[in-house]
Design a binder for this molecule. Structure first.
Ligand code: ADP
Ligand code: MG
Length: 374
């Protein structure tokens, strides 16, 4: 017999959740000055209801400007923003009803924890009893029950950010925007708050738009990642898609480590690099001759000589320049013969006899390489 009252039903895919808003960015542009290049340059992005999407990119790539246009703090120069199909480009920030969390917490120092969290409810003229109940629930949600009367300076950085999270979700927004919320915290605290944010997302079912410049953070948290470079989205996909099938050198370098070989895609099945001919499976696309060949470090193997390489593998001679031990694996830094710097990550035991200075043959299966454009 089914139990229709079971609240903890099977996890739903993001698109199935009803609670989160769908946010569409359509050809969004922002110019701060006519002389400067645009801060945001024709960004189009369809954010699904309940999705956890991360805007990832180097400093200055337009992430904060994009977030500020979504929330309504910054007016777009052109383009539009839609919420559940409705154009909100000209709707003032307070009427968009989005939650926002900043890097620097932005709590009111003279207010208590409870008063900080109650603030958005006071603005919305929510009755006192209802406010008390909602604030209590929000503080429980972020594990801060019993801290109601403290002031921000009596809390750790991590606790302050939990207060900011509670304040951002207490009025049940359909979208939560987070701009580098963990960047000010030390590594351990950052990891524990990452788990907290992920749990919050799963429990609330809201749409999360998360901004970070930290690729590991983006990989662990996101359903999808939009990679920003100079105001544009240069790649969009799940963490696994972007990691295993990067399409450009920038994406391969920005997300995870890579061995990037600058050779030439000569023919349908031949890639030429530094006097070597490697097997490729995919046809050269467009300007194929210029494609680089990328191998992720965990796909790169090491042999002591050519004879020990399994048939069908592609090979590149290299000198080991450094070996580091990480408990369960070794990381080898490699200098290839054209001065390309690369690395291999190998299980402990696989490289017992290899140390810095050793000449080795790096090898990998053709199906584990990816051709990328400039
Ligand atoms: P990110 O968040 O990715 O670091 P930003 O969106 O903050 O990037 O900035 C994108 C570009 O816009 C940068 O070149 C930055 O200097 C510029 N910029 C951001 N805010 C302003 C502003 N208020 N006035 C002028 N230029 C700005
Ligand atoms: Mg920023």
């Amino acid at each position: 017999m089914s139990t229709p009252t079971d609240q903890r039903a099977a996890p739903q895919t993001p698109a199935m959740r009803a609670g989160g808003g769908r946010v569409e960015l359509v050809d969004l542009c922002k110019r701060y000055g006519t002389a400067e290049p645009p801060a945001v340059d024709h960004v189009t992005l369809d954010i699904q209801p309940g999705e956890f999407i991360t805007l990832l990119g180097p400093s200055g790539s337009g992430k904060t400007t994009t977030l500020n246009m979504i929330v309504g703090f910054t007016e777009p120069t052109s383009g539009s923003i839609r919420l559940n199909g409705r154009d909100i480009s000209r709707t003032p920030a307070h009427k968009r009803n989005f939650g926002m969390v900043f890097q620097n917490y932005a709590l009111f120092p003279h207010l208590t924890v409870a008063q900080n969290v109650a603030f958005p409810l006071r603005e919305r003229k929510v009755p006192a009893a209802e406010t008390a109940r909602l604030v209590g629930e929000a503080l429980q949600l972020v594990d801060l029950g019993g801290m109601d009367h403290r002031r921000p300076h009596e809390l750790s950085g991590g606790q302050q950010q939990r207060v900011a999270l509670a304040r951002a979700v207490v009025f049940s927004p359909s979208v939560l925007l987070l701009d580098e919320p963990l960047s000010a915290l030390d590594r351990k605290l950052r990891q524990s708050l990452q788990r907290e944010i992920k749990r919050l997302h799963d429990e609330l079912g809201l749409t999360f738009v998360f901004v970070t410049h930290d690729q590991d953070e983006a990989m662990t948290l996101s359903d999808r990642i939009a990679i920003f470079d100079r105001g544009r989205i240069v790649a969009l996909g799940s963490p696994a898609e972007l990691y295993h099938r990067p399409t450009t050198r920038f994406v391969a370098r920005f997300l995870g480590e890579s061995n990037v070989f600058a050779g030439r895609h000569r023919a349908a099945d031949v890639y030429e690099w530094h006097g070597h001919k490697w097997t490729v499976r995919e046809p050269a696309t467009g300007n194929g001759g210029e494609q680089a060949l990328v191998v992720r470090p965990e796909r790169m193997n090491i042999a002591l000589d050519e004879d020990s390489v399994p048939t069908g593998s592609n090979t590149a001679p290299a000198t080991v320049t450094d070996v580091s031990f990480y408990g369960t694996y070794h990381r080898l830094e490699l200098a290839f013969d054209d001065d390309t710097v690369g690395c291999a990550v190998l299980p402990v035991g696989a490289v017992a006899t290899v140390g810095p200075g050793a000449r080795v043959v790096a090898h990998w299966r053709p199906e584990h390489q990816v051709l990328v454009s400039e």
